[in-house]
Design a protein around this ligand. Structure first.
Ligand code: HEM
Length: 115
């Protein structure tokens, strides 16, 4: 169960990263908003289950990851609303893409290399 949810979390994160990278947040609005909600739920579950026996630095980096993930989700919601105008949305997308890449790297590192 724990690993299934971790892999689901990984798949949802990859989907969000792809949507940001190829500028499909608006076109895939429903999928992006659904994936964001599911990432928060599966992320909270991962947080509770993977805290035990956490390696050094885990709490600090997962805390930073959580804040960056919230930045990504907030930007996705604002882009999906479509009221920002093209210039602002392009800026939001670039910022969110950078944060999302960092979030994925931190997550993959602590899930696969730090333990
Ligand atoms: C933009 C949203 C997010 C993305 C793109 C993302 C991405 C990832 C990725 C790629 C992994 C590695 C999974 C694997 O190797 O199978 C991961 C792990 C994890 N994520 Fe997220 N995540 C997001 C949101 C969240 C949120 C909101 C939380 C809530 C605290 C969270 C908590 C965690 C935890 C605790 C782990 C496991 C770390 C470990 O194994 O020690 N994530 N995430």
């Amino acid at each position: 169960m724990t690993n299934v949810l971790l892999h689901l979390h990984l798949a949802l994160g990859a989907f969000l990263l792809l949507a940001l990278a190829i500028d499909k947040v608006k076109a895939w609005r429903l999928g992006v908003l659904g994936a964001s909600l599911a990432l928060v739920i599966t992320g909270a579950f991962n947080f509770m289950t993977r805290m035990t026996g956490a390696p050094a630095g885990w709490h600090a980096f997962i805390g930073i990851k959580l804040l960056l993930a919230l930045h990504v989700i907030a930007m996705c919601v604002m882009i999906a609303r479509g009221t920002g105008g093209a210039e602002k949305e392009a800026r939001w997308r670039k910022g969110a893409l950078g944060s999302c890449a960092l979030v994925v790297v931190i997550g993959l590192y602590f899930s696969n290399f730090a333990r």
